[in-house]
Design a protein around this ligand. Sequence first.
Ligand SMILES: CC(C)(COP(=O)(O)OP(=O)(O)OC[C@H]1O[C@@H](n2cnc3c(N)ncnc32)[C@H](O)[C@@H]1OP(=O)(O)O)[C@@H](O)C(=O)NCCC(=O)NCCS
Length: 355
Amino acid sequence: MTNSLSTTRLQLAAPTPEDALAVLAIAGDPRAVEHNPSDLLADLTEAQDLVGRWIRHWRDRGFGYWCVREVGRPRVVGYCGLKASTANGLSVLNLIYRFTPEVWGRGYATEAATAAIAWGTAHQPSTPVLARVRPDNVSSQNVALKVGLLRDHGMDDEGEDGQDLAYTNRPRTEWVQLELPTDIALPTSPALPAGVSLASIAELGDTEQLRRRVYELNKECAADIPGRGEFFSYDEYIQRRFAADGYQPDGIILALDGAALVGLCVISHVPGREWAFIEMTGDRRSHRRRGLATALKISAIRQARGWGVSTVRTIHHRGNNPIITANRMLGFLDTSFTLNLDTPPSGVTGPSIKP
Ligand SMILES: CC(C)(COP(=O)(O)OP(=O)(O)OC[C@H]1O[C@@H](n2cnc3c(N)ncnc32)[C@H](O)[C@@H]1OP(=O)(O)O)[C@@H](O)C(=O)NCCC(=O)NCCS
């Protein structure tokens, strides 16, 4: 049992019933629960109930939330710790940290949470740590990142106060990484659906109007990607897609049905790299299962050959069977390469974040 932990500036101790008043001073302060109003404590009875639950968790599990004091000072300035929980059917250690506003800005949450995660990693190595943070709570999101957790879109969930963003340290096995050598013999491209033609942005002209239409199409298709979460704003999209190092006007291949955009495949390539990356393939629901994505991808792979790259890479959420199957049918094989998975890889990620 780890009743207490020490960090450079803080002492973390398992709670006792006497801590209820201090806990009320913290979670009874609306500023400290601004983003999670359901955690607001109304009175001492509620605080005693809460601390009682923490003590029971310690008794049952041998770990839990610690009350945090500055070294050498008796006052409890915050609490931080791990609670055994289940999320998306997975056992997790739910990380929380909350401090009185008087000590904000000193890095105490980061210091305490670092110690809590180190405890979790040492004593429950197979149970991932999960922090759930409200979308507007940017400082708490920063703490989660600073203590080494990564955004984990697949674990996002509805909380008591609305949508929570998940940050975890679980292994990123939910992503499938695929690779195709460009010298492979590609299958014959399927016949395009009647009335549909393919053209790249290089051919159509890179205009603001077309970028907006590409954005709308990408957004519509990305809504069907498992784990994708909220799509980028138009400005973010432009930054990541068109202002990124790997942007190639002949690497955005569009499918047009008459004048309407119905599909796209985006392949990026940073000059000098031996590989290109398929960022996104998608088509309107009305046009699926007619070989269109396959035709778009074949066109993109041919483009990559033209750039002289030896390999095309892509990465997908494990739950995205349609695209994984479509890729495997083209000859893509499972592989492993290092990526920064802080940002969801499917749907639109600038190649600048990829090594
Ligand atoms: C994934 C997606 C691009 C496939 O587009 P599509 O035009 O329907 O694909 P194709 O018609 O070329 O299908 C090729 C093969 O993929 C597989 N496939 C496609 N959709 C499938 C589905 N819903 N279920 C199972 N397999 C599927 C099939 O093997 C299919 O061949 P078949 O129709 O001969 O059986 C489309 O569903 C889509 O836009 N999804 C949303 C966006 C997305 O997830 N993009 C990938 C992330 S970047």
